[in-house]
Design a protein around this ligand. Structure first.
Ligand SMILES: Cc1cc2nc3c(=O)[nH]c(=O)nc-3n(C[C@H](O)[C@H](O)[C@H](O)COP(=O)(O)OP(=O)(O)OC[C@H]3O[C@@H](n4cnc5c(N)ncnc54)[C@H](O)[C@@H]3O)c2cc1C
Ligand SMILES: NC(=O)c1ccc[n+]([C@@H]2O[C@H](COP(=O)([O-])OP(=O)(O)OC[C@H]3O[C@@H](n4cnc5c(N)ncnc54)[C@H](O)[C@@H]3O)[C@@H](O)[C@H]2O)c1
Length: 478
């Protein structure tokens, strides 16, 4: 199904569109449609730019840079440089981070306005098929309807069902970014992406950190040795992990947070100064009433879409609100899919795209495609190449030898099926391998490529020079 832009015919009125949520898809899509002559209204209840810019990727990665500076100063003795006692100014860090957020936010806002989009500051709710009521932040309501509606309303931190959690002043990933006192002891519920980035960050800034995770191991989607290696690094930096642990209740006593947990059959009470909840995120469909426009919700509250991101006739859902991998580049690619279908008549099935991601711990964990556990389920002969970072010349030179590079190769075609890089700049090295996948390079091409010395990527040569582990493709059955 393709669509034409009615506005290309000057005698017909412009196609109208409502975009709900100015996240990583909504803002760019509103701008692209407006530039193509559509009449576009973008409704945003808080800040243009959404989670990524305001309370996600941008502030966390800016803050991680400060934590790394503290770590490098503290550990520089190993490189023969003494930096003296490290002082952390959390106020200064938060001010710098929020300054970057403000610049990005203002840039995003002026971008959509310059594109000719009507921007409404308010909260949208469906009242009928492609009909929306907007409760304006400045007071009053507006009733709107359009030829097309695009929903990019994102997700919010999920609160665990833990008695007392709201009363003890627990923080979400939003709140902790504005904290101006360094926690003496930060308790974190959940051991996923958000938890691990904040755990290392605060340990490096000087807090004691304890992570309580229900799973028996960290990062179950990752290869076991990779998750274990990362856990060891974080433990060496002072983070305590309580795995297979269930939080029972929490309360405050003498100004401190008491968290009762059970690990195995062992009950214990943790005492902390602050509690961060990082147990996943929930799609923002709660008050949206999407059923009124003919869309359906899945069992986690996500909007159900077809392979082209359509939720109902001329209604699309993009980004985190549709469930699945929740990353900025995925939401942005959803924008490309919808733009190309509507403006250029080119349809693409979103299930077919790769889903790369990077966990911004130090070392970073960059991942794309199959890892070893994925290869075991593939049912095809594969070769798995692994190179410890302790064998990477550049990593030895900089003193960052934790982790490994891993690549899964299809035995029949010699093409790359996936890459895992836990190491210094792991996201960058993984991206180099992903580009090789996109370009259809074989492991022989990469083994023999002339790469600049001594870069981390040069060791891609060495990765494919080692003896691979071979999988017959029958592992899961036998
Ligand atoms: C702490 C943290 C760190 C992260 N780090 C990374 C990272 O390093 N890399 C990465 O790729 N991803 C990261 N993510 C995930 C990433 O931020 C999201 O996947 C990304 O922002 C995509 O969001 P989105 O476009 O779906 O919607 P969002 O960016 O969440 O935008 C949705 C917008 O809709 C608005 N809205 C909601 N409901 C309504 C309504 N009814 N009416 C009007 N407006 C509404 C909201 O105010 C919001 O602005 C991180 C997330 C968090 C929380
Ligand atoms: N670098 C990045 O790309 C990045 C960084 C941060 C967040 N994100 C995105 O944000 C999403 C949400 O992150 P998240 O860390 O909140 O979720 P997550 O799904 O990654 O991890 C949540 C963890 O909490 C555990 N858990 C659930 N309930 C619990 C409970 N009651 N007690 C203890 N543990 C519990 C789960 O087992 C899981 O390990 C991620 O999935 C990711 O898509 C990405």
């Amino acid at each position: 199904m393709t669509h034409s832009n009615k506005s290309s015919d000057p005698s017909s009125p412009a196609t109208t569109a409502l975009v709900i949520g100015a996240g990583q898809a909504g803002g760019p899509l509103a701008g692209a449609l407006a530039k193509a002559g559509w009449q576009v209204t973008l409704i945003e209840r808080e800040h243009v730019g959404g989670t990524c810019i305001n309370e996600g990727c941008t502030p966390t990665k800016a803050m991680i840079a400060s934590a790394r500076a503290a770590h490098v100063a503290r550990t520089s003795g190993a490189l023969g440089v003494s930096a003296g006692p490290v002082q952390v100014d959390l106020n200064g860090i938060v001010d710098r981070v929020q300054g970057i957020v403000k610049d990005f936010r203002e840039g995003s806002r002026s971008g959509v306005l310059k594109a000719g989009v009507e921007l409404l500051d308010g909260q949208a709710r469906f009242t009928g098929v492609r009909q929306v009521e907007v409760t304006l932040n400045g007071g009053g309501t507006r009733q709107l309807s359009a030829d097309y509606v695009f929903i990019n309303a994102g997700a919010s931190p999920r609160w665990p069902e833990l008695p007392g959690v709201r009363d003890v002043g627990a923080m979400t990933s939003r709140d902790i970014l504005l904290l101006r006192e360094l926690p003496a002891h930060l308790l974190i519920l959940g051991g996923g992406y958000i938890s691990l980035e904040f755990a290392q960050l605060y340990a490096r800034l000087g807090s004691r950190v304890t992570v309580v995770e229900t799973g028996e191991r960290l990062l179950p989607r990752e290869d076991e040795d990779v998750a274990a290696a990362l856990q060891t690094v974080l433990e060496d930096e002072g983070v305590t992990f309580l795995l297979g642990a269930e939080a029972i209740q929490t309360h405050k006593k003498d100004g401190e947070i008491k968290l009762d947990i059970r690990q195995g059959n062992e009950p214990q009470t943790l005492t902390g100064s602050h509690l961060l909840v990082a147990v996943g995120r929930t799609p923002n469909t709660g008050g949206l009433n999407v059923e009124a426009t003919g869309a359906k919700l899945g069992k986690h509250g996500e909007i159900v879409v077809d392979q082209h991101l359509r939720a109902a006739e001329n209604v699309y859902a993009l980004g985190d609100i549709k469930g699945g991998p929740a990353f900025t580049h995925i939401s942005y690619d959803d924008f490309r899919i919808v733009r190309d279908a509507l403006l250029h008549g080119k349809e693409r099935d979103f299930h077919e795209r790769p889903v790369p991601y990077t966990l911004f711990t130090d070392p970073q964990l960059g991942r794309v495609g199959l890892d070893r556990q994925g290869a075991r389920k593939l049912g095809r002969p594969t070769r798995i190449y692994t190179l410890p970072m302790s064998s990477v010349a550049r990593a030895i030179e900089t003193g960052e030898t934790a982790g490994l590079m891993r690549c899964v190769v299809d035995d029949a075609t010699d093409l790359l099926l996936g890459a895992t890089v836990l190491g210094s700049e792991g996201g960058e090295v993984m991206s180099a391998l992903q580009l090789a996948m996109i370009g259809g390079l074989s492991s022989a091409d990469l083994r023999n490529a002339t790469l600049s010395h001594p870069t981390l990527c040069e060791s891609i040569n060495n990765l494919f020079m080692g003896k691979p582990e071979t999988l017959s493709g029958k592992e899961e059955n036998g």
